[in-house]
Design a binder for this molecule. Structure first.
Ligand code: AHR
Length: 515
């Protein structure tokens, strides 16, 4: 950077405080509150896939593993710390092959099926509707049920909804009572199909849109227990799904359009890249790939703003996260992968992007909660470990239902390797429900710490206090032998001479309260 450019940057600082060469200035405008960051932006996804549910979370009430209503106590305890706001279930691709009647009644009598999508293993149906709602209630989470449009019928979806939500004495509501649940379940969100462009039926947007309208006409719930209805949208750069759905589906029939995007280091589904043991080329490629979601959301928002200017329709990123080559020796259909510091940085970058789109992005669901893709928790029989991604979620808890605040960055350089470049620092701020101003910072550069000056426009910031997540290696991760290798550490700084500066370590995530 030349001297003139540096001088201009220093002079244009909103707070008027000088910042040194090579320093990034972050200014939070606490007087200009933006939209609320819906807590469901921190939603989770639990599919009948690999050991994501069975073994990873569900062991059954008769297990010697300590459990509550069949759900592992150790996993429940860890998830409670994340204040999991929402769980999407039962899929994913699995949802379009799931028949809800097979998952109710005495567990020993439920049909055993083959999970043809994921690994060809036996699906015992031990976890069904009642068990899912038990899990959500144990965690205090909202529920997001994904209906079967692929191999199911509108009647089947309509009857499932009646079974779950009806307070009446109908035969289906009475069946629910016979199965142990008097009060209707609270279904907060209901999706009609999943990835209709792919595993959900290989449809065109127009064909799916017609099927959606028909299904949404018949899947009914009582007015005081009506879920938000979610249409299955597109993926990647394709906006056709958002375009067709937002143009064609009118009125109250659709509350949101879903969107899926996975971060694949190589961008090649055949050879995605390894979860650990990768080089810096794959580190930066992963940063680049994940940050591309910002442009995708923007494009879809532009379409929605044209067709839905009142912003009634939400844009739910109901599947996202890293997707690597599976770990050697594991079932390829189980999508089991390690989770490193890189995943935590990816998670934080995505959170910051989602916050910036809080108006439309009112829900996201990372894929997936336990043992599958970018998981919070990995288990090995009775053992459990928390991944770096878990720690990123834990650090960002104050952003749930917080009010977003504008943040201006000055002097933010690019981190580059070869021809690939990404911004070095990503930042996001919000006023938490406790009234405090929170700031999240990410340093994408794995080799260089960045000096950051923190300003709150109109006031003097005195201290920052919170946590930092970093490690020596780009692929640092937790194992069952060393489950605490990557974990957050306290992070604190105080203003000196009227200036509040911090050193953001290389490859790190920092979340602090600014006071
Ligand atoms: O999360 C794994 C799978 O990825 C989901 O089942 C599907 O919707 C997506 O393709």
């Amino acid at each position: 950077m030349n001297i003139i450019k540096k001088t201009i940057i220093a002079m244009s600082l909103a707070s008027g405080a000088a910042f040194a060469a090579g320093e990034v200035s972050v200014t939070i405008d606490a007087a200009k509150p933006g939209p609320v960051i819906n807590k469901n932006v921190y939603g989770q996804f639990a599919e009948h896939l690999g050991t994501g549910i069975y073994e990873g979370m569900w062991v059954g009430p008769n297990s010697t593993q300590p459990n509550t209503k069949g759900w592992r106590n150790d996993v429940l305890g860890a998830l409670k710390e994340l204040k999991v706001p929402l769980i999407r279930w039962p899929g994913g691709c699995f949802a379009d092959e799931y028949h809800w009647r097979e998952g109710i009644g005495p567990r020993g009598e439920r049909p055993v099926k083959v999970n043809t999508t994921w690994g060809g293993v036996e699906e015992s149906n031990a976890v069904g509707t009642h068990e899912f709602f038990d899990l959500a209630e144990l965690l205090g989470a909202d529920t997001y049920v994904n209906g079967n449009l692929g191999t199911g019928t509108n009647q089947e979806m309509a009857e499932w909804m009646e079974y779950m939500t009806s307070p009446s004495k109908s035969t289906l509501a009475e069946l629910r009572r016979k199965n142990g649940r008097d009060k209707p379940f609270k279904v907060d969100f209901f999706a009609i199909g999943n990835e209709a462009w792919g595993c959900g039926g290989n449809m065109t947007p127009a064909h799916y849109t017609n099927l959606y309208k028909t299904a949404a006409s018949f899947v009914k719930a009582p007015n005081d227990n009506k879920p938000k209805f979610v249409a299955s949208g597109g993926t990647g750069d394709d906006t056709k799904w958002t375009e067709t759905l937002s143009k064609e589906v009118k009125g109250d029939m659709m509350d949101a359009i879903s969107f899926h995007y996975y971060t694949i280091p190589t961008g090649n589904w055949e050879v995605k890249g390894a979860a650990t043991g990768f080089g810096e080329d794959q580190w930066i490629a992963t940063m680049k790939q994940t940050m591309a979601i910002d442009g995708m959301i923007r494009k879809n928002e532009a379409v929605l703003d044209k067709n839905d200017p009142s912003k009634k329709v939400g844009f739910y990123v109901d599947e996202w996260g890293t997707w690597y080559d599976v770990e050697k020796g594991t079932n390829a259909g189980f999508l089991y992968q390690q989770n490193s510091l890189r995943d935590a940085v990816v998670a934080a970058l995505n959170f910051n992007i989602f916050h910036a789109h809080a108006n439309r992005v009112r829900m996201t669901n990372i894929a997936q909660m336990v043992n599958v893709l970018q998981a919070m928790i990995l288990t090995d029989k009775d053992k459990m470990l928390l991944t770096p991604t878990y720690h990123a979620y834990r650090m960002y808890v104050p952003f749930q239902d917080a009010t977003s605040l504008p943040v201006a960055l000055k002097g933010n350089a690019n981190y580059s390797l070869g021809k690939v470049s990404v911004p070095e620092v990503s930042a996001s701020a919000a006023r938490g429900k406790d009234g405090k101003v929170y700031l999240a910072l990410v340093n994408t550069n794995p080799k260089k710490a960045v000096d950051v000056s923190i300003n709150v426009a109109g006031t003097k910031a005195g201290t920052v206090r919170g946590q930092v997540l970093t490690a020596d290696a780009m692929d640092a991760h937790n194992t069952f032998a060393a489950p605490q290798a990557v974990k957050p550490a306290p992070f604190e700084a105080q203003a000196s001479g009227g200036k509040l500066s911090v050193k953001l370590p290389a490859k790190s995530v920092v979340v602090v309260a600014v006071e």
